[in-house]
Design a protein around this ligand. Structure first.
Ligand SMILES: Nc1nc2c(c(=O)[nH]1)N[C@H]1C(S)=C(S)[C@@H](COP(=O)(O)O)O[C@H]1N2
Ligand SMILES: [Mo]
Length: 256
C-alpha cells in the first residue's frame, strides 16, 4: 500500500520536534529561564509543547449541561483545613476573610468575599479529573481571575500566579500551594470560584475561594486560597517546583 501514513507520522514527529525546539529556545519567556527547562522532564516537555502547538492559546475546556452534573462532587486531599485561623474564619461564615493579591503587580489589593462577588462573574459546568483516577462534573460560579488581574495590573516581569492556601500538609508548617502561567491565568475559564452547584462553595471543596483551571488536572486547582502572588520564577518558593505535589514529583504542567 502507500507510504502516506508513515510519511505523515514522520512529518508530525518532525513538526513536533521543531515545535519543541522553537518553544524552548524561541519563546522569550522560556528561554530567559534556564531553570524552567530543567523543571520540565522530557515527557512533560513534549506534552507541554504538543498541547501548546496544537491548541490555540484560547482553547476552551469542554462545558457540559445541568443534566451531566455528578450527583455529588466528592472531596479530595484536604477536606477541612487544620488551621485555627481558617477555623475562625469559617465559624463566622468567612465574613472576615480577606484575599491578598500582591507580588509583581502595580496595584496590590485585598478583597473581601463580598468584593470578589461584586465583580463580574462566570458560571461553567466542567469535568474535574484527578490523577488518582476519578472525575466529577460540577457547576462553578466565580470571578474570572482575569478580572482581578486587570485590577492589580501585573508587572511585565510576572510569569506565574502562585496560590497560597490555608491547609497545613504536615506538622512542620508546609502548606498547600500551586502555580499557573500567565496564559492559564488570563484564560476565560480560569475562575476564583465561590459557588459549586448553585450553593456557597462547601468547606470540603475549598471554601471560601478555590481556583478552577479547567484545562489542567485536579491538583492544580488550589482550594482554601488565602493569598495570590505574582512572581517571575518558582524556584525560590517552597521546594522550588511550583506546587505542593510538584515538590513531591508531580508534573508542573498538568494539561489535559
Ligand atoms: N489547598 C488544597 N487544594 C487542593 C488539594 C488539597 O489537598 N489542598 N487537593 C487537590 C486535588 S489532588 C484535587 S483532585 C482537588 C480536589 O478538589 P475537591 O476536593 O473539590 O474534589 O483539589 C486540589 N486542590
Ligand atoms: Mo487530585
Amino acid at each position: 500500500m502507500t507510504s502516506r501514513a508513515p510519511a505523515r507520522r514522520l512529518f508530525l514527529r518532525r513538526t513536533l520536534a521543531a515545535g519543541s525546539v522553537l518553544l524552548l529556545s524561541g519563546c522569550d519567556r522560556l528561554s530567559r529561564s534556564e531553570w524552567f527547562a530543567k523543571l520540565l522532564g522530557s515527557a512533560e516537555k513534549l506534552t507541554f509543547a504538543t498541547q501548546r502547538l496544537l491548541l490555540p492559546r484560547t482553547a476552551m475546556a469542554q462545558e457540559f449541561t445541568e443534566a451531566d452534573l455528578s450527583p455529588d462532587f466528592r472531596s479530595n486531599g484536604t477536606r477541612n483545613p487544620d488551621n485555627p485561623e481558617y477555623q475562625a474564619l469559617a465559624a463566622n461564615h468567612f465574613a472576615d476573610y480577606r484575599l491578598q493579591v500582591g507580588g509583581l503587580v502595580a496595584q496590590p489589593r485585598i478583597y473581601s468575599l463580598d468584593e470578589l462577588k461584586a465583580l463580574p462573574d462566570r458560571t461553567q459546568i466542567t469535568r474535574h479529573d484527578c490523577v488518582e483516577g476519578w472525575s466529577a462534573i460540577g457547576k462553578w460560579k466565580g470571578v474570572p481571575l482575569s478580572r482581578v488581574l486587570e485590577q492589580v495590573e501585573p508587572h511585565p516581569s510576572a510569569n506565574y500566579v502562585v496560590f497560597h492556601c490555608a491547609d497545613p500538609m504536615d506538622g512542620a508548617g508546609t502548606r498547600y500551594y500551586e502555580s499557573i502561567d500567565m496564559e492559564d491565568a488570563w484564560h476565560a475559564q480560569t475562575l476564583l470560584a465561590y459557588e459549586l452547584n448553585d450553593a456557597p462553595l462547601p468547606i470540603k471543596n475549598g471554601a471560601p475561594i478555590r481556583v478552577r483551571v479547567e484545562r489542567q488536572l485536579g491538583y492544580k486547582m488550589a482550594k482554601y486560597i488565602m493569598r495570590i502572588e505574582l512572581v517571575d520564577r518558582l524556584d525560590t518558593i517552597a521546594g522550588g517546583q511550583g506546587g505542593y505535589w510538584e515538590d513531591r514529583g508531580y508534573e508542573w504542567y498538568a494539561g489535559i
